[in-house]
Ligand binder design. Structure first.
Ligand code: KG4
Ligand code: ZN
Length: 348
């Protein structure tokens, strides 16, 4: 078996096209991403057809750019990792056929990787500017929170991910995005809500539900919050909503952050963990970061938040998962298909 020291990775599961080169033991040599926010902006959410078309337009130039910038040639690459699940079928397909084609042409193996596994492992990535905390490592609690996922895992090693809870309906990021749309703010909405809340917003001004916060277990729900947000906005009327924007944003944000932090706190105690990470786009939220940092310092936990560029969707995290698995001898067959869902066996 050929040694795997450096791989090229491709991520196209949703609306970010991203390419990275990751080398052993987990160093990002380059990560280039093309964001599609402008293309989806008029629709207030991701339009699958537009997403896949954009991926197919930029993927090959993006790979050339990444290799050029890092001054890496194909003979220096030992394998290709590509997200093949979960995600939008058409989007995943673009990355996957690209990976298969390159694998054939360059005569190197490829491996399909679970996107969520990438998020889970993102805190372990290093690059020129960042080195993870020396004491941070397995086992750790990972909250993966984005527009598509709100999953809580106990992570014991590569491939050993116990899914202890997840949202039973909307993802936290989806709730942020939908409420922002209701308020007439732009897409993606999470950032807008975060920014409006910081304009003197009072998190106690409106009382929004915190569904399932006190329930045993780690399941979460954000659809009740979404409806409550809609009803509040309708009842206030347009003019009042404009005046109350900071307070609406701060109160809505607080409801989501309260639920996430309360589940984290309970899981850290129950599973006797010291290490914590929060990844995915919503981990950019300033209130969530602040709350997690406060909890960590109070409880003497080691909190490793990945750099923002590795929190949002990116190929470096996919490269990390692919590198570790290919080093164990895993590779995919040419028949590999994209899957909108995770596969049985991905998580415990
Ligand atoms: O991980 P990501 O880039 O893509 C996936 O959904 O997989 O996450 C995007 C999500 C969007 O829902 C966006 O509104 C949310 O992350 N987001 C935020 C913030 N920045 C991005 N949510 C709350 N506060 C933020 N500062
Ligand atoms: Zn993601």
């Amino acid at each position: 078996m050929a040694q795997i020291n450096r791989i090229l990775s491709i991520e196209t599961s949703c609306d970010d096209t991203s390419v990275a080169v990751v080398s052993s033991p987990g160093f990002v040599e380059i990560c280039c991403s093309a964001n599609q926010d402008l293309a989806h902006l008029p629709f207030g959410g991701v339009v699958p057809e537009i997403a896949s078309r954009q991926h197919s337009e930029v993927i090959l130039p993006l790979i050339d750019t990444a290799l050029d910038r890092a001054q890496i040639t194909w003979d220096m690459i030992d394998g290709i990792a590509v997200t093949n699940r979960p995600g939008l079928h058409g989007s995943l397909l673009v990355g996957l056929v690209t990976a298969k084609g390159l694998s054939l042409a360059k005569k190197i193996p490829f491996l399909g990787v679970n996107h969520i596994e990438g998020h889970i492992l993102a805190p372990l990535l290093a690059d020129e500017k960042i080195t993870p905390h020396a004491e941070f490592g397995f086992p750790y609690l990972a909250l993966v929170v984005s527009g598509g996922h709100t999953h809580l895992f106990v992570v014991r090693g590569i491939g050993d991910y116990q899914l202890i809870g997840q949202t039973i309906d909307d993802a936290a990021g989806e709730a942020f995005d939908k409420f922002a749309k209701t308020l007439g703010l732009g897409y993606p909405g999470g950032v807008q809500i975060d920014q409006w809340a910081q304009r003197g917003g009072n998190p106690k001004a409106f009382s929004f539900p915190r569904s399932m916060i006190r329930e045993d277990g780690y399941q979460m729900s954000f659809s009740g919050l979404k409806s409550s947000g809609q009803r509040t906005v309708e009842a206030l009327g347009e003019e009042k909503v404009q005046q109350e924007l900071p307070h609406l944003a701060a109160s809505f944000q607080e409801a989501i952050v309260d639920v996430l932090l309360s589940k984290i706190e309970r899981a850290m105690v129950e599973f006797r963990l010291r290490n914590l990470t929060i990844t995915g786009g919503v981990s950019a939220n300033s209130r969530l970061r602040f709350g997690a940092e406060k909890l960590a310092s109070l409880n003497h936990w080691i909190l490793q938040l990945p750099a923002m560029r590795y929190c949002t969707d990116n190929a470096a995290m996919v490269g990390y998962a692919g590198l570790k698995r290919m080093q164990r001898g895993e590779e995919s067959k040419a028949e590999l298909a994209p899957s909108p869902q995770s596969l049985p066996g991905d998580f415990k």
